[in-house]
Design a protein around this ligand. Sequence first.
Ligand code: GAL
Length: 681
Amino acid sequence: MSRVSTPRWLRRHADDTAPRLAYGADYNPDQWPREVWDEDIRLMREAGVTIVSLAIFSWARIQPERDIWDFAWLDEVMDLLHAGGIGVDLATATASPPPWLTTEHPEILPVTSDGSVLWPGARQHWRPTSPVFREHALRLVTVMAERYANHPALVAWHISNELGCHNVYDYSDDAARAFRQWLRTRYGDLNALNHAWGTAFWSQRYTDWDQILPPRLAATHPNPTQQLDFKRFSSDALKDYLRAERDILRAITPDVPATTNFMVVAAKGMNYADWAAEVDFVSNDHYVVPRAQALDELSFSANLTGNLAGGRPWFLMEHSTSAVNWQPVNRAKEPGELARDSLLHVAHGADAVCFFQWRQSAAGAEKYHSAMVPHAGPDSEVFRSVTELGRTLRDLAPVAESARRPARAAILFDWESWWASEQDSHPTSLLCYHQEALDWYSAFLALGVRADVIPRGTSLDGYDLLVAPVLHVLPEPFAKELTRYVEGGGHLVTTYFSGIVDENDHVWLGGYPGPLRHLLGIRIEEFAPLLEKETVQLDDGATGTLWTDDITVTDPTVDVLARYATGARAGRPAITRRPAGGGSASYISTRLGPQQLPALLTRLCEKAGVNSELPPNARGRVELAVRAGRDADYWFLVNRTDEPVTLPDVTGDVLAGGTRSPGGPLALTPRGVTVLRRPTG
Ligand code: GAL
């Protein structure tokens, strides 16, 4: 990742001595007449904007025909922005191919699993593996990089846009060819592939590579390992495309950092744990989806993004000032939500806060999507909030470049388990991997205990408590690492449908959960998932849904923390804990959900010695996230409620938000975010 110490996007001018948090939006001046541009720059300055992402969907404007180029407008916009002191995260402009290209080369259009073509008329209608698309797109990247290499406004490269948002799964003939090549590299020979895919089943044995296809619409469930490999391949195919653009940029502008905006974890297809090392800095897009755990989900996404960035600062590339346009009902944000949502990302390590988009479109599919300047113009509540946030971000300049301060507890997020646990022909189709992980996160928030959301591959050192929900895919080396973790004093918590298959999606035999049986001290002979509205009572008063297991305790040191009280499994263990080494290994066999997990988590935290850093009255009502600066920690206290919250005894100087009379309590406004500077050492 970052090859440059202070990324250029943290400085407005090259001669700025101190970094500051970046602020801005996607900017689409090509949708507007020339006279609007001057007002744009004036208003951007008023709002405190320091950076814009430019030209993301401008391919057709830049290259209206194969050999016609039009840069005059973009040159002018770049110059105007520079004169206004605004940096540019310049797009390579390859996100959406222009009509002349798809007319000349319809073979670049993606194909769905049932053979339908995704036609032009929207966006991102290109096959990740199309050599023809790649040739044209990389030509554009080269031209863009050469033209703007030395432009003083250029502070970062924005590769494509949300790679894979609409086109990650392509079942075309190009994809079939590339999939075969990918499989040859993975397996070397067909025997290995036949073994991994279990092709002895249903007469699927391959005798020639050319017989292999993507998992196209079939008579019934396609081969599960073929499906899992196709997911791996599809993520890799886009990663390979990302690298191709990046390598051109690195060759032409080695000092300009390049990123592509992730969608953690709104999009399932891209294994960002695997992508993060490919970009010079991690950037993410996040949109709130109205739901019971909406704020928890925002925090979860920001937290995981920060850990994908290795704890280092990252870039919030897009979120919304108010409503979006793509949900069934697009809810406007309530007063205070715009700033709270933005600052919650900063709390989890974002050093840039950007929106989609600068000026709300008057035409096109996104005309009802909010922006920094709404249809109503600058004389509006949204623009006033935007300007106020600009001031807050200026006050928060000392936070720039500080890392996340790791928590003592963590939740493991594993893309392969997400993909594999939700495949078809399983014990239940109701399992939702992300939901179970989010429920645990909500439970930590309810207790006011900080927890990191970490991708697999993160070092477990330093975590006293590790929750690994639905850790479905468990290759042997990782099972060994978890055993070492527990023997070294770590407290591991895992759940139903964990430790079930190896990397080939082959079941570990001899009783579930295969390689964790010994560590957990239990053996499961059979899963017993519950029907949609079915519940099961536990003898500690909790109610389980979704899943139950037939658990036999195999180790006398295991504590049964709760038993089933109803149903066919009444009297049998439901929640177990085995003290082992200096740590422990716990197993939860049913879904308890965000309301009931806090009670269990309280016990697990106690045993692991993990505590809340918040005063008791704030737990659950306030989220704490900590960033570690050179000589101070920054405490972000986020009021999760719509009421004021008063914190009696928290020390630190108020850097932004909230009020405190000398020596007095700290008052958080409803939905308010207060940042405290607490000197260290
Ligand atoms: C993102 C995309 C933006 C815009 C936004 C709307 O998916 O990158 O271009 O479409 O969503 O919410």
